[in-house]
Design a protein around this ligand. Structure first.
Ligand code: FE2
Length: 250
């Protein structure tokens, strides 16, 4: 596939493999460590009530400017900007410039307790948690999360101290699907699709190398929890021993 499909976020030194005609399963880099079971509908309603619309404003690493990705969007779509989703944070991250330290806190809301039971199960040192709500017509164009570590000066020291320079995959991003999959809720990872999942399914992927994107062309909102943080030994074990039938009651 022409890497132009990834916009300018596709840097030549990124080791992603992208073959439109290969065996879709050759990647082997989508991991489903477990599935949570419980009732988090009240948390979803609360997240919807508080959600804010977001637009694509990420940066392209080789352009060295914050609006690089947006320029790609404008060029590709003919639109000034496009909205990718609505989101509600479950954490705050206050940066203290004096000490070059990020202070991360949970947003206190009892309706989110069930989400925190899922997050705690993964035993990560959390950077950020958000509920993503993608509505009809919204999309996140194909991209690499690699720009995460290049446009986040406030995280740089924390990440370096946790070994990310040597192994970027010590930082992980998990997605927890908050509903059963339905047609029109589209996920693309590399040359594979991710579908047919049950509510509560947790997944992660090889973020520096796997281009991915999403779209919603269903009439129902799509709810996901995105968890970003530094992994522990337990998290690594879950990734190394994935099992969609490992059911965790929350
Ligand atoms: Fe992403």
């Amino acid at each position: 596939m022409d890497t132009k499909a990834l916009g300018r976020l596709s840097r030549t030194d990124i080791q992603h493999r992208f073959d439109s005609f290969s065996n879709l399963k050759e990647y082997g880099n989508i991991y489903v460590p477990c599935r949570f079971e419980g009732d988090w509908s009240a948390g979803m309603e609360e997240a919807f009530r508080l959600s804010k619309k977001t637009f694509i404003t990420g940066g392209a690493p080789d352009l060295g400017q914050k609006d690089g990705e947006r320029n790609d969007v404008t060029e590709a779509s003919g639109e000034e900007k496009i909205s990718n989703l609505y989101h509600t944070p479950l954490t705050t991250a206050d940066y203290d410039k004096q000490t070059d330290t990020v202070h991360i806190a949970r947003i206190d809301n009892p309706l989110y307790d069930v989400f925190w039971r899922m997050i705690d199960y993964l035993e990560m040192n959390i950077d950020m948690v958000r509920i993503h709500i993608q509505r009809l017509g919204q999309c996140s164009p194909m991209h690499l999360d690699d720009h995460l570590r290049r446009h986040a000066p406030k995280w740089r020291r924390r990440w370096a101290e946790n070994g990310l320079e040597e192994n970027p995959l010590k930082l992980r991003r998990f997605l927890i699907m908050l509903q059963d999959w339905e047609p029109g809720h589209a996920w693309h990872f590399g040359n594979d699709e991710f579908a047919n999942y049950k509510a509560g399914t947790a997944m992660t992927f090889d973020w520096p190398n796997v281009p991915h994107g999403t779209a919603n062309f269903s009439f129902n909102n799509r709810y996901t929890m995105q968890i970003t943080g530094i992994i522990s030994e337990k998290t690594q074990w879950l990734i190394d021993n994935p099992d969609p039938n490992r059911v965790i009651e929350v």
